[in-house]
Design a protein. Structure first.
Length: 160
């Protein structure tokens, strides 16, 4: 790994857009929780089973965990993306292919960052909607969305 070239990759417009989307969802996450928090009951859903029904509840203070996680992951992924020479690759990195492979890796990282921010926001939205309306079956959509998220990330990592 130490023999890999260390070159600065210029962010493409696509990477910049994905990073902006991710950051927007991180901010929206905090805003959404802040505006909803005082109206929520003291006990809110904290887990949905495979059928999408609530099978565990907890104090509403736990709702701040997901925006905090979203914030931490956003900056962690951005930090990792600043060092593409340290990423794992399926090909040997040489002077000739480094710029191309690093750019693909940074693109994939920004894609993961945006999707992660969006999915965490959607989970929080499902918790808040279900807390306000216990008859809501919004939890049934969470598992397919998470599976789709994983499929999209795996697919993106194998694209050339």
């Amino acid at each position: 790994m130490s023999s890999r070239p260390r070159i600065k990759i210029q962010e493409s417009n696509s990477v910049k857009l994905k990073n902006r989307i991710a950051f927007l969802f991180v901010i929206l996450h905090f805003v959404f929780v802040a505006f909803s928090y005082n109206s929520l009951p003291d006990i809110i859903p904290s887990h949905f089973n495979f059928a999408g029904t609530v099978d565990k509840s907890g104090p509403k203070i736990l709702l701040w965990f997901l925006p905090g996680l979203s914030f931490a992951l956003y900056f962690l992924i951005k930090l990792v993306n600043n060092s593409p020479h340290s990423h794992n690759y399926r090909v040997k990195i040489t002077e000739e292919n480094a710029a191309y492979e690093y750019a693909k890796s940074v693109e994939t990282g920004s894609y993961i960052n945006a999707l992660t921010a969006i999915i965490l926001f959607m989970i929080t939205a499902a918790v808040i909607i279900t807390a306000f309306n216990s008859n809501s079956n919004i939890g049934t959509f969470l598992l397919p969305i998470v599976v789709l998220y994983l499929i999209l990330i795996i697919r993106k990592s194998f694209q050339n």
